[in-house]
Design a protein around this ligand. Structure first.
Ligand code: HEM
Length: 251
């Protein structure tokens, strides 16, 4: 039973996730190289280094824009072609939140991850709440809290980037371009802050390795699904039971 695997991600959604991750890191590194204001530069030598790697500032900018268009274009095509099969179920899943249960999940999971189970029990007893971490669905509420802004942020980054590209052809009002630059920069910073937590939670945190492996294999062990996403596993079991019971009745 514990060794049984459960299907979690389609091949295409895995491909889109890693396509997104590779594009993001490329855009982040080249984008940092495009910042000319030293006051905003975390590593002052970075722009010079990036320009020398790409040969010239023009090639660096062109590479950033080209990958940005491939990234946004890839998601636009994916979104249009798989709107019903993948986009709608994903959006519905990340927008489904049950506030009392999910707030308690954030509190209990936060304490358990930072201070451990014994501290969680003591704190819960002191403040009078249940120390059991509430069950979660396909995504836990922490994942949803990253997924929603990262998608909205992605749309904002793509639109402001597009405005900046158009501005090179002199067709956009200067004020709109200036706002786009500021919004582009701030949105990348905000999504990046969430991304650090996402990478820690998905790839480094103890007990999360099956989720990382599932981003290559598409499946998770049943015991992992039971422990981390019980409501989702219950749904799968219920639909399997519904599928098999009419057949049994006929047989
Ligand atoms: C090294 C980089 C990354 C790693 C190791 C990583 C890892 C993962 C893993 C393991 C999952 C599956 C979680 C599950 O099945 O429960 C996931 C899902 C997801 N990833 Fe990433 N990811 C990376 C980069 C990114 C980037 C750059 C973005 C977007 C800016 C992103 C956005 C998402 C979203 C929206 C999901 C679905 C919801 C969620 O699990 O938060 N990931 N990622």
């Amino acid at each position: 039973m514990a060794h049984q695997t459960i299907h979690r991600h389609t091949r295409l959604s895995i491909f889109m996730h890693w396509f997104n991750a590779v594009c993001w890191f490329f855009l982040l590194l080249t984008g940092l190289g495009l910042i000319r204001n030293d006051a905003l530069q975390v590593f002052p030598a970075w722009p010079l280094w990036m320009r020398s790697v790409f040969g010239s500032p023009e090639t660096l900018l062109l590479s950033h824009e080209t990958v940005g268009i491939i990234w946004a274009g890839g998601f636009l095509i994916y979104g249009i072609l798989l709107f019903r099969q993948e986009v709608i179920p994903f959006i519905r899943e990340i927008l489904t939140v049950e506030i009392p249960r999910d707030s308690l999940w954030l509190i209990t999971k936060g304490i358990q991850m930072t201070l451990g189970y014994p501290a969680l029990e003591k704190i819960a007893e002191k403040f009078g709440f249940d120390s059991r971490i509430p069950d979660q669905g396909f995504y836990n509420v922490g994942q949803k809290l990253f997924a929603i802004p990262s998608i909205l942020g992605g749309v904002v980054i793509a639109l402001t980037g597009f405005i900046m590209i158009l501005s090179q052809y002199g067709t956009v009002a200067a004020e709109l371009v200036q706002w786009s630059i500021v919004i582009h920069f701030i949105t990348v910073g905000l999504v990046f802050a969430g991304l650090l937590i996402h990478i820690f939670m998905a790839a480094i945190a103890k007990g999360e390795q099956p989720a990382l492996i599932s981003m290559f294999t598409g499946t998770v062990p049943e015991d992992y699904a039971h422990h981390h996403h019980k409501l989702w596993l219950d749904e799968i079991r219920a639909s399997d039971a519904a599928e098999t019971s009419p057949a049994q009745g006929n047989g």
